[in-house]
Design a protein around this ligand. Structure first.
Ligand code: AMP
Ligand code: GLY
Length: 437
């Protein structure tokens, strides 16, 4: 089967690397891709915003499945426009992608389906948002309703901070994404990510992960797209995974089907765990980046038939095998990220670093210039390793990082710290790799 993968980040390199191992695969195409993806896929020069051009490419190249990595094309309706041509797609419709594209939509769905989440209210103007705010306790969370590249959430410690966030949102700081906002209760606890494949009616739990959103060690500094991740998340015991399926994922799948907007694709639940109970913080309708890099290293089964079964509504009966070994991904970013950063700095030592045991290096923002690999984005590499325990995975990833010669880059040195601390306290196995039934 020929496959077209949409996207060009570390997540897509990890998916491409895994798909390439499938005996079902004939040719793997990717648009736009990056220098690492070019080693395992043919890069297609396609404007992914031009849905007709993507459809023509699929028909001309006998594409059996399109796999959409990032959220923006999903929210823009690429799935719908390809399916209209009879092309199979892994990824939700535009209506179902509202689970990520509109925070208010998801909160209303949670309210209807009694899914545990922070209490909330939705607003379309500043005066009524501020009137509501006056009656709330602090801290409080203000969220732009739409996609705001991870920048639309403010955790306000004071009323004036909250008011400033409301004014910024309605003042156009997030463009159309800020035409509405959600004010919600601040949740305490430990965050974890939970991934499930959903084919419209059946949900298949995948695995859990935790990421590191802040730029610098000790979870300090500005928020980023994610500076590292590991899987499984030790806080997610098998019992907790079962609760997440029963109390959060399955009611969501039913509610989406009842509304006539079946969800198909991967559902990524951002959770807060407090006193052993899960609450939904948010949904994403795609794999996490860099969580996906860690997940792919732990997946023993073939990915392609599972994604095809998801697209075809045949997940019932599909089972995936996961390694109990944890995996950890360290993101190397261009100096200055998430602020302004330089492009075009040279990265050396990649081949030597990749020879470290258990290591895979996924490219995010890179491009090739002859034999040289150059940085071409904010997050540039995802140095990922598997180990017998989290400490070994961490040591292996950093051994590879230390072989990479890139003066224009930086990374956090403490990815996995929470899991490592926990590992020192207990040697109990944890995570969703254990059978859920
Ligand atoms: P989101 O874009 O909704 O994922 O929010 C970004 C981050 O803000 C989350 O990963 C949490 O760390 C934090 N956050 C969002 N909502 C809440 C909440 N209600 N309580 C506490 N933290 C939150
Ligand atoms: N790492 C967070 C995300 O992919 O949204």
């Amino acid at each position: 089967m020929n496959v077209l993968l949409i996207g060009g980040g570390g997540r897509e390199h990890a998916l491409a690397w895994k798909l390439k191992q499938s005996p079902l695969l004939d040719t793997l195409y990717c648009a736009p891709g990056n220098a690492g993806i070019a080693e395992v896929a043919e890069l297609a020069s396609l404007d992914i915003g031009d849905h007709d051009a993507v459809a023509s490419f699929c028909l001309e190249n006998a594409i059996g499945l399109v796999i959409i990595g990032p959220e923006a094309p999903l929210v823009a309706g690429l799935t719908d426009d390809l399916e209209a041509h009879g092309i199979k797609v892994f990824g939700p419709s535009q209506a179902a992608a509202r689970l990520e594209g509109s925070k208010g939509f998801t909160k209303d769905l949670c309210a209807r389906a009694a899914i545990p989440t922070a209490s909330y209210a939705r607003f379309a103007d500043a005066a009524s948002a501020k009137a509501y705010l006056a009656r709330q306790t602090l801290p409080i969370v203000i969220k732009a309703d739409g996609l705001a590249a991870g920048k639309g959430v403010t955790i306000a410690e004071t009323k004036s901070e909250a008011e400033a966030a409301i004014d910024a949102c309605f003042g156009g700081a997030f463009g159309d994404a800020g035409a509405e906002l959600v004010i919600e209760e601040f949740l305490r606890g430990e965050e974890a990510s939970f991934f499930a494949l959903v084919d419209g009616t059946t949900a298949l739990p995948l695995a859990t992960a935790q990421d590191h959103k802040r730029a610098y060690d000790g979870d300090q500094g500005p928020n980023t797209g994610g500076m590292g991740a590991y899987s499984p998340a030790p806080v997610m015991t098998p019992a907790l995974c079962r609760r997440v399926m029963a109390e959060i994922i399955e009611p969501t799948v039913r509610a989406m089907a009842d509304a006539g907007t079946k969800f198909k694709g991967v559902l990524y639940a951002g959770l807060m765990i407090e006193d052993g109970a899960p609450k939904l913080v948010e949904y994403n309708v795609r794999f996490g980046d860099p969580e996906c890099q860690a997940l792919m290293l732990r997946l023993n089964s073939d990915l392609l038939p599972a994604l095809l079964a998801t697209a075809e509504g045949r997940l019932d009966g599909v089972a995936l095998e996961w390694s109990d070994d944890p995996a950890l991904c360290v993101v190397m970013a261009a100096k200055g990220y998430p602020g302004a950063y330089a492009k075009g700095t040279e990265i050396k030592g990649l081949a030597e670093a990749a020879r470290e045991p258990g290591v895979q290096i996924f490219h995010a923002g890179t491009r090739r210039d002859g034999s040289r690999v150059l940085a071409d984005g904010g997050r540039v590499l995802g140095v990922t390793a598997r180990g017998r325990d989290i400490r070994e995975a961490q040591a292996r990833a950093y051994a590879a990082v230390d072989k990479i010669d890139w003066s224009g880059g930086f990374c956090r040195r403490d990815i996995g710290w929470r899991a490592v601390e926990r590992d020192k306290e207990s040697s109990e196995p944890a995570g969703c790799a254990a059978p859920l039934q």
